[in-house]
Design a binder for this molecule. Structure first.
Ligand SMILES: Nc1ncnc2c1ncn2[C@@H]1O[C@H](COP(=O)(O)OP(=O)(O)OP(=O)(O)O)[C@@H](O)[C@H]1O
Ligand SMILES: [Mg+2]
Length: 258
């Protein structure tokens, strides 16, 4: 998703986006000394554009967290750092081909797995019965995710308030007369961050519980000090079962000793 969005951003006047897959057999490649891919079989996913391309300076810093050439409020610079982390965790690697003015192609190589796929149990069973009657304030700038989250929680018995940003959430909380038991907030939003919202809500209503949601991994977010380690966190994309489970976990957790 991030690679495709980057490709779109690189082609403000239109162009061609190409997504390609291929098998890449590197068992016979010359042995690499030190760093570099293992001699193995890989599956490649390539995302290419015919956009502005990149100069050497940009290419040197591409994968660094918070490196962005997009304006303030446009890019966080976490997209490619996340891509890098995901590929790295899977034992793969990335190659970038880019020429200023001619376009860019990112090639992601994933090692082939020879085992049969393990099918995970679906989220029926105990998860389907996770319900509650508490009031949850959902803060999310993406309208689709906001509506989906509301639908999932309402169907499980919760009273749900929704806000599209931190300012709106604070206003809702101030005028809401009864208790808000949980705030479910996106971490990175335009304007107030999820963390600032939680701090300001906590200053007003000391007992509010917070579950942070983000498309970035909790490890990345903690590493860059965006959130404290150990806070309740749910990574996007999540299933309805994941959401119901995390909401119950946080509501049922022992209160923190002050
Ligand atoms: N396809 C591309 N063509 C040209 N430049 C690119 C391309 N992809 C990435 N870049 C450059 O790399 C930088 C970092 O990309 P990355 O995805 O990490 O962050 P971002 O797109 O700026 O912000 P975010 O993804 O967090 O919204 C971009 O700001 C841009 O300068
Ligand atoms: Mg990006």
């Amino acid at each position: 998703m991030n690679l495709v969005v980057n490709a779109r951003d690189a082609m403000p006047n239109g162009g061609t986006l190409t997504i390609r897959t291929a098998n890449a057999d590197m068992r016979d490649e010359p042995v690499h000394l030190g760093e570099g891919p293992r001699a193995a079989r890989y599956v490649m996913v390539a995302v290419g554009d015919t956009g502005v391309g990149m100069d050497a300076e940009t290419q040197a810093h591409l994968f660094e967290p918070f490196f962005t050439t997009k304006g303030v409020g446009k890019g966080t610079g976490l997209g490619l750092a996340t891509v890098y982390g995901i590929v790295q965790q899977s034992g793969g690697f990335i190659r970038v081909e880019s020429e200023a003015g001619a376009g860019t192609t990112f090639k992601l190589y994933w090692p082939v797995v020879e085992r049969a796929a393990v099918v995970k149990e679906s989220a029926s069973g105990p998860q389907a019965t996770l319900r509650g009657t508490e009031t949850v304030l959902v803060v999310e700038d993406d309208e689709q995710i906001r509506n989906l989250t509301r639908t999932i929680l309402t169907a499980r018995g919760y009273s749900v308030l929704v806000a599209e940003n931190g300012e709106h959430a604070l206003a809702l909380a101030a005028e809401h007369e009864s208790a808000i038991h949980l705030v479910l907030t996106d971490v990175i939003m335009p304007g107030m961050s999820g963390r600032e919202l939680a701090d300001r809500l906590n200053a007003a209503h000391a007992e509010v519980r917070v579950l942070y949601v983000s498309g970035y991994t909790d490890e990345m977010i903690a590493r860059h000090g965006v959130l404290e380690p150990g806070v309740a966190f749910l990574q996007k994309p999540f299933t309805p079962g994941d959401l119901a489970q995390r909401v119950r976990d946080v509501l049922d957790a022992e209160p923190h000793p002050e």
